[in-house]
Design a protein. Structure first.
Ligand code: PEP
Ligand code: MN
Length: 258
């Protein structure tokens, strides 16, 4: 279903009046985790001032260590949804467990499936049955073929509104957190008709190369860019080293558009 062979024209995804995959790049920024109302307000005000339309923030966090901050859960989604309404932003957040979907959906515009759950087939089937778009992230060690098959699970179960997100894969290279597979973008665009995003934060894990990586992603045909932005990254409850401060974000975004 997701193959270009079955449908030659690009899938355009409607999210509350905004179109993704229609030509103009979509930008999804926001903190790694939703931490507080005040934190989300500061990020949302910055995004809205730039004319941006989306905000991200994790409420159910897939943390490597069980001792790390696990997210605010539904409370976090309520905070983000309230703030997003005030600033006219669309909300995207990860759901890790199918049993949380029903309670979470009223607060979400796009459901994110994280890298660690790319082959959680029961979760993929569950989001196949919802009527909101899904942003599916590439698994940590998933091949492009496995990634496309995961998207096929969702569409096969009835939800055609799937976006793919390349977020780096595991290699022996340690200079970046993961290795951004930039060729995955044109390959996915060629082999599927789905919109393709690049997460420049989780792929690189370093703030000093975000601008050239974002430009590279757009140059190879990405439909959207995701990156993490936090009002005070040094005290962030997750991914403190890789999130842009609002000041860094202002410079990044200005240079990205110029
Ligand atoms: C995220 O986007 O919040 C996240 C955890 O990313 P990934 O699933 O790509 O690691
Ligand atoms: Mn993160």
């Amino acid at each position: 279903l997701v193959s270009r062979k079955n449908k030659s024209e690009d899938t355009v995804i409607e999210v509350n009046g905004d179109s993704i995959g229609e030509g103009e790049a979509t930008f999804v920024f926001g903190p790694c985790s939703v931490e507080s109302q005040e934190q989300m307000e500061r990020v949302a005000a910055n995004l809205a001032a730039k004319g941006l339309k989306y905000i991200r923030g994790g409420a159910f966090k897939p943390r490597t260590s069980p001792y790390d901050f696990q997210g605010l859960g539904i409370e976090g989604l309520k905070i983000m949804s309230e703030v997003a309404k005030k600033y006219d932003l669309r909300v995207i957040s990860e759901i890790m467990d199918a049993s949380d979907l029903e309670a979470a959906l009223p607060y979400l515009d796009v459901v994110q499936i994280g890298a660690r759950n790319m082959q959680n087939f029961s979760l993929l089937k569950a989001v196949g049955h919802i009527n909101k778009p899904v942003l599916l992230k590439r698994g940590l060690s998933a091949t492009i073929e496995e990634f496309v098959n995961a998207a096929e699970y969702i569409t096969m179960h009835g939800n055609p509104n799937v976006m793919l997100c390349e977020r780096g894969i595991r290699t022996y290279e340690k200079a970046t957190r993961n290795t951004l597979d930039i060729s995955a973008v044109p390959i996915l665009k060629r082999e599927t008709h789905l919109p393709v995003f690049v997460d420049i934060t989780h792929s690189t894990g370093r703030k000093d190369i975000l601008l050239p990586i974002a430009k590279a992603a757009l140059a190879v045909g990405a439909d959207g860019i995701m990156a993490e932005v936090h009002p005070n990254p040094t005290v962030a409850l997750s991914d403190a080293n890789q999130q842009m401060s609002l000041e860094e974000f202002d410079v990044f975004f200005k240079n990205l558009l110029s």
